[in-house]
Design a protein around this ligand. Structure first.
Ligand code: 5GP
Length: 205
């Protein structure tokens, strides 16, 4: 059964909840989803590749992209810009493929405005204690920064109301299976597929 347009899936959630880990685990399995590679002004980390992990941009180039409205959404996170290329997302959806975004919460809210028909998944921490541990274990931050991030994370959790699904990240494997179940269910929604099934009624009995 061929659907005309792909579905946009957006995975988001508070800082430190493990969005990147869950996304990588999802894409390490066989999938028809197309991951939209983001643009960022942050430094490349060891092992990261241009055009695989991100498109790495200068601040000036990123600001030009903003002016030219080439980004579907963007946000400033820890002093760096992150954004989703509009063209890739629109073309890929139009070609009938599902697109998957893994972005922070401010960006997800912007996407919701442009793509209300998208499917928004909120990754939820098992507990605040666990979230604190994860933020602490990134290791690179001062105590003040950690406290700020935790405060920010609390505010981000309150944004859960803008989402369609909530998946708790107590275990990466379980979280991935739940996301796969969401994707499968969304493809079975009556309003997305009724037209094709109704073609059967056009045949003579
Ligand atoms: P990191 O620097 O650790 O790769 O990513 C930092 C944060 O930026 C993560 O929460 C990640 O989900 C988010 N992020 C990655 N790409 C984008 C994007 O295109 N737009 C927005 N708004 N956030 C992004």
């Amino acid at each position: 059964m061929i659907e005309e347009k792909g579905i946009l899936f957006v995975l988001s959630g508070p800082s430190g909840v493990g969005k990147g880990t869950v996304r990588k685990a999802l894409f390490s399995q066989k999938t028809d989803l197309k991951y939209s590679i983001s643009m960022t002004t942050r430094e490349k980390r060891p092992g990261e590749q241009e055009g695989v992990d991100y498109f790495f941009k200068s601040k000036e180039d990123f600001e030009t992209l903003i002016e030219q409205k080439q980004l579907l959404e963007y946000a400033k996170y820890v002093n760096n810009y992150y954004g989703t290329p509009r063209n890739y997302v629109e073309k890929t959806l139009a070609a009938g493929h599902d697109v998957f975004l893994e972005i922070e919460v401010q960006g997800a809210l912007q996407v919701r405005e442009n793509f209300p028909e998208g499917v928004f998944i909120f990754l939820f921490p098992p507990s605040l204690e666990e979230l604190k541990n994860r933020i602490l274990h990134r290791g690179t931050e001062t105590e003040e920064l950690v406290l700020n991030r935790l405060k920010e994370a609390r505010k981000e959790i309150e944004m859960m109301d803008a989402y369609d699904y909530v998946v708790v990240n107590d275990d990466v494997g379980f979280a991935v299976s739940k996301i796969q179940a969401i994707i499968q269910s969304e493809h079975l929604r009556r309003e997305r597929i009724a037209k094709q099934y109704k073609r059967i009624l056009e045949d003579e009995l």
